[in-house]
Design a binder for this molecule. Structure first.
Ligand SMILES: Nc1ncnc2c1ncn2[C@@H]1O[C@H](COP(=O)(O)OP(=O)(O)O)[C@@H](O)[C@H]1O
Ligand SMILES: [Mg+2]
Length: 317
């Protein structure tokens, strides 16, 4: 890779993941989970950590509380070679946590946002314009301090010469207050999954949704779970199938790992299909270990997993 830098702006929290849960939780009752993992959570952090694992020079901009979860997050990011110079500890805040109840391909999450609400435009290092090539932003609706200024943030990134990508993620409030007509023209790669795209556009089908946002899109990278992904750029539309995996553990963070793979290729100037294929590959790799970063932690194992999916000799990453 070149020395091009990725700047990820977003939320930071801890995931407490429960797997193999015997039944759905019910008020007044108790059920057992056979597995628990405590790991780096948040879509943005998983994307950043896995980008760094893939060899991209990655800086994170975010805030945590001055507490044990905050220390854990900083240690995790640093151990994955993410530059944390722009992660600030806020004494008056608690670091957030997500309880993830994982049921195979899907999961039910409860999030305490904590410090993530405190991240605002003023924390983003726009004064270092020559340093960063690309800005990735995720989980807009969880970050009230960012949400209100999203149009300005995207404009500033473009004015600073960066390319941009946005993964809105789900809106827990169901309001989907994102002005796509105003904002998407400043987003180079828009990266929703199917249900998020439908909720945002209030369309009944993916085709209908694409008609609605089409006029404002640069590139769409639509994540479709086991069906892979679809890309749209100008008049071109391409679907790339998912990689078949045998070793499925959970799909937590698959979309964030897809983003890491896609953006790595995008920053290197690859074409749409190659970016989508790399996204699918990293999404599939993600599903072979617990949580969003498990499959990316050990370099040797990561290479072996990629190799097994590709069934080919690896290009060095
Ligand atoms: N079970 C799976 N097997 C293989 N690839 C998968 C699987 N689940 C997800 N992926 C890959 O990861 C990508 C992102 O996952 P998806 O579930 O669509 O995103 P999100 O996590 O944002 O909902 C998919 O486009 C696909 O390429
Ligand atoms: Mg997602």
């Amino acid at each position: 890779m070149s020395n091009a830098k990725l700047l990820v702006v977003g939320e930071l929290n801890v995931d407490l993941i429960l797997n193999d849960i015997h039944a759905f939780p019910q008020l007044g009752k108790e059920t057992i989970a056979d597995e628990m993992h405590i790991c780096l959570g948040s879509s943005s952090a998983i994307m950043a950590a896995n980008s760094a694992a893939l060899g991209v020079d990655t800086t994170f901009c975010g805030v945590v509380g001055d507490d044990q979860f905050g220390d854990f997050i900083l240690r995790e990011l640093q151990s994955k070679s993410v530059d944390c110079a722009h992660v600030r500890k806020l004494a008056a805040r608690q670091t957030g946590c997500t309880l993830v109840m994982s049921y195979g391909q899907d999961r039910a999450n409860v999030t305490f946002p904590g410090a993530m609400n405190a991240l605002t435009l003023s924390e983003i290092p726009f004064e270092e314009p020559a340093v960063y090539q690309h800005l990735h932003l995720s989980s807009l609706f969880l970050q009230k301090g960012i949400q209100k200024d999203i149009e300005l943030i995207l404009k500033k990134a473009k004015a600073a010469g960066m390319t941009t990508s946005l993964d809105l993620q789900w809106d827990p409030a169901g309001q989907w207050a994102f002005d796509y007509a105003r904002c998407l023209p400043y987003v180079d790669v828009f990266m929703p999954n199917e249900s998020e795209l439908l909720a945002l556009t209030r369309a009944g089908s993916v085709g209908g949704a694409i008609e609605i946002i089409g006029p404002y899109l640069n590139t769409l990278a639509l994540k479709m779970g086991k069906s892979g992904s679809m890309g749209i750029r100008g008049d071109r539309q391409v679907t790339v199938p998912a990689f078949e995996g045998k070793q499925f553990v959970d799909a937590i963070g698959a979309g964030d790992s897809f983003n890491a793979g896609f953006i790595r290729k995008y920053m290197a100037g690859a074409g749409l299909e190659e970016c989508l294929r790399e996204g699918n590959l990293m999404g599939a790799v993600n599903t072979t270990a617990a949580g969003g970063t498990g499959a990316f932690s050990d370099r040797q194992k990561l290479h072996e997993t990629i190799q097994a999916f590709l069934g080919l000799e690896l290009n060095p990453i």
